[in-house]
Design a protein around this ligand. Structure first.
Ligand SMILES: [Zn+2]
Length: 148
């Protein structure tokens, strides 16, 4: 998916779940984190980028481990709930990015080299934007149904 799609869908889901703009913003920032980590073809060169593309930076276990470590820090004396909430939503945004990439290609699952996913659309296509709009509509509808 394009970054615009990742940010729009992830931010919408996070806001629907939390109703907290800060958490939604953190998730939206995390929604581009895996791609930022792997770099761009312009910044690292085409071959390097291609070899890294959707590799360990898109490995969900990495972000789950970070969320677990953040949860363990709850008892630490330096623990600040707001700061750790932002970090947690950053990681959750990265996890949503990976899930969103899994519907337009393959991403790692249990191991960094194991790739799973389906290609429902091509990245940057009209189908991608329609898919994202449909998902946002479903989130909006589900949120309104659950509130009634
Ligand atoms: Zn990606």
């Amino acid at each position: 998916m394009k970054w615009l799609s990742h940010i729009a869908l992830t931010g919408t889901i996070a806001y629907a779940v939390t109703a907290d703009p800060l958490s939604a913003a953190a998730a939206a920032a995390g929604a581009v984190l895996p791609d930022r980590i792997e770099g761009t073809p312009q910044s690292v060169g085409w071959r390097t980028w291609r070899s890294r593309h959707r590799g360990w930076s898109h490995w969900p276990m990495l972000y789950l481990a970070l969320i677990g470590a953040l949860g363990c820090a709850e008892t630490a004396p330096y623990y600040d709930p707001a700061f750790f909430s932002v970090l947690t939503w950053l990681c959750l945004g990265a996890l949503m990015h990976i899930a969103e990439d899994a519907v337009c290609g393959k991403v790692p699952l249990l191991f960094p080299t194991q790739k799973v996913g389906i290609r429902l659309f091509t990245v940057g296509s009209l189908r991608e934007y329609l898919f994202v709009l449909l998902c946002i509509f479903i989130v909006y509808a589900a949120q309104n149904i659950l509130r009634i």
